[in-house]
Design a protein around this ligand. Structure first.
Ligand code: SAH
Length: 257
């Protein structure tokens, strides 16, 4: 789906920005870069700023006109740092992300167009776009660095893509791999733990079965509040087992002691 999305940079003057854009794209899973009349490309600065996204640079297509860059595109979104005279359908980066993914998943071709560092896109170029995208920046200082603008849009596209493909976007991804251990301990596991805890406390002389003083109720309240998960439960059970061994004068689990 992400291969259907091309990033078009128009008449870029600093090769470093081309490299920065390539890196931003690769970080977010985009790979198709099209350069319309770049002023200095290929260049050392571009590769330096790409730091590892050289493959995106190497595959970049260099063309003469915006029209050439947009061949085969079904949907074109042009970015602009400021309001233009002619009102145009305007979306914010988040709406842009979902629009792009909505169309990409139908197999359509999409272009995100970025303008010159000093002058942005011309009105004529903007009029070739179905939508305009404005990053809602500080109105007194609205113009982002070109590569930073590419980063913002590429990120929104990625978030929309993750949501559409049900890919986990957060730490959940990591947790999903150890899903069982991050699940809350079940009530029966908690009951076994309380039994173990009570026995251990009696064994070490902390709990007097003749005068329990609501100790178990208090501890149930404490652990109940903690939402103990399975891996935490096994730590707690491990501590109790080792405490019991120590109370019986048996050797420690750790061999270095
Ligand atoms: N002086 C230019 C600024 C160009 S910044 C102008 O007023 O248009 C270079 C490019 O970065 C812009 O053409 C656009 O593609 C992108 N960009 C920078 N800030 C942006 C913003 N706030 N919203 C959308 N795109 C932005």
């Amino acid at each position: 789906m992400l291969q259907n999305i091309r990033v078009v940079l128009v008449n870029t003057s600093h090769p470093g920005n081309i490299g920065g854009a390539a890196r931003a794209m690769k970080n977010m899973g985009l790979s198709r870069l099209v350069l319309v009349q770049p002023q200095d490309f290929p260049a050392h600065d571009a590769s330096a700023r790409a730091s590892g996204a050289d493959d995106v640079l190497a595959a970049a297509q260099v063309v003469e006109t915006l029209e050439d860059a947009l061949v085969g595109c079904n949907l074109v979104l042009g970015t602009s740092a400021r309001d233009r005279r002619i009102p145009w359908p305007l979306v914010d980066p988040r709406e842009c992300g979902s629009k792009v993914i909505e169309h990409a998943r139908q197999g359509e071709e999409i272009a995100l167009v970025f303008g010159r560092e000093h002058a942005g896109l011309t009105n004529e170029e903007l009029q070739r776009c179905h939508f305009h995208v404005h990053i809602p920046s500080n109105p007194d200082f609205s113009s982002l660095n070109l590569a930073a603008a590419v980063q913002v849009l590429a990120y929104e596209v990625r978030m929309a893509w993750l949501a559409a493909s049900d890919e986990p976007s957060k730490v959940e991804k990591f947790e999903a791999t150890s899903l069982r251990s991050s699940e809350l301990a079940t009530t029966d596991e908690m009951e076994l733990f309380y039994e173990h805890l009570e026995k251990t406390m009696v064994q070490i002389g902390f709990l007097d079965p003749e005068k329990p003083k609501h100790l178990m109720a208090r501890l149930r309240r404490l652990y109940g509040r903690s939402a103990v998960n399975r891996s935490e439960m096994s730590i707690l059970r491990g501590i109790l087992t080792e405490t019991q061994k120590a109370a019986r004068g048996e050797p420690h689990k750790r061999k270095d002691q």
